[in-house]
Design a protein around this ligand. Structure first.
Ligand code: GLU
Length: 300
């Protein structure tokens, strides 16, 4: 096992999607990513993942900036907006397409659900590969006819191209002296979508490209994205991109035992601010693992 040395200049980031209000878990994650970079004399960036035109909203972008600023999260340089990086995503898609690693998928969500034999991977139903077998002529015909389609990666081919890949991980809480290598299992996720019907790139593609373009050396994010790292590592190998080290932190759960999420009314940072909570007290509490009443760490 080869471990690369600790980079001289650490770069971390926080990358929220503006699809709702930030909750205390986001604030905790952002503070940790910032503190990690600052402790190493490195840089911390903010990236707004706003390519989902149906769910991203400008008022949430403004809310994220206001909440983070209130909490004392300060980023270096300009905010990166994914909506301004569409050319980079298109170029990467073209490169993968030219290598014969992508195919158009015309399936609807209902088509995929109806495929009861679909196996389940770490992130839910795995695409059964229905459109992988379409002929070139059929693909061209349907594209010319204007049929809505996503672009999926042929995971079998992609894995055959790059062979076994591994990513570097640090334990949580981050400890730079305890790096180790974890085998990636991209095949378990099946032929994931890299360009959506309704968005020019998927999260997997845009996130991987942006982390590389921003020089991110350490990605700190929630355990819910551990599986995504398998896919990101594969894309790095296919696109000759450097691979950052990854720290996956536990998620926070609320009084109902469910994980905090933007959509289920979890305590938003904006609510705490409106209730008159002092931001420096909250930040100190989060940094020392003391969460508002009823909120705690999920066990896995
Ligand atoms: N935008 C993603 C989210 O809000 C996080 C992406 C990441 O940290 O890789 O869940």
């Amino acid at each position: 096992m080869t471990l690369s040395p600790t980079p001289l200049h650490m770069v971390t980031r926080f990358a929220p999607s503006p699809t709702g209000r930030l909750h205390v878990g986001h604030g905790w994650s952002a503070l940790m990513a910032m503190d990690m970079a600052r402790a190493a004399g490195g840089a911390f960036h903010l990236r707004i993942e706003d390519i989902d035109g149906t769910r991203s909203r400008p008022d949430h972008v403004a809310g994220i900036i206001a909440d983070l600023t209130w909490l004392g999260v300060a980023w270096d340089g300009d905010i990166v907006f994914q909506s301004q990086r569409l050319d980079a995503y298109a170029a990467a898609l073209e490169r993968l397409r030219a290598q014969g690693l992508l195919y158009p998928c015309f399936c609807t969500r209902a088509d995929i659900q109806a495929s009861l034999t679909a196996p389940h991977g770490p992130e839910g139903a795995v695409y059964p590969g229905t459109c992988r077998g379409l002929s070139q002529a059929e693909r061209a015909r349907r594209i010319d006819a204007g049929d809505a389609h996503a672009w999926r990666i042929d995971m079998g081919r992609a894995v055959a191209r790059v062979g076994a890949v591994a990513w570097t991980t640090l334990p949580f809480p981050p400890n730079l002296d305890r790096r180790h290598s974890v085998a990636a299992h991209p095949l378990t996720h099946g032929d994931v979508v890299l360009a959506r019907k309704d968005a020019p790139a998927s999260y997997h593609l845009s996130c991987t490209l942006d982390d590389a373009a921003m020089g991110v050396t350490h990605v700190l994010r929630g355990n819910d994205l551990r599986g995504a790292t398998d896919i990101h590592r594969l894309l790095q190998a296919l696109l000759d991109l450097p691979s950052p080290a990854y720290v996956h932190h536990p998620l926070l759960i609320g009084p109902d035992g469910k994980r905090l999420a933007k959509r289920n009314g979890s305590i938003a940072l904006a609510d705490l601010r409106a209730q008159g909570m002092a931001a420096d007290v909250l930040a100190l509490h989060l940094r020392t693992g003391r969460f508002p009443i009823g909120i705690g760490l999920a066990s896995a």
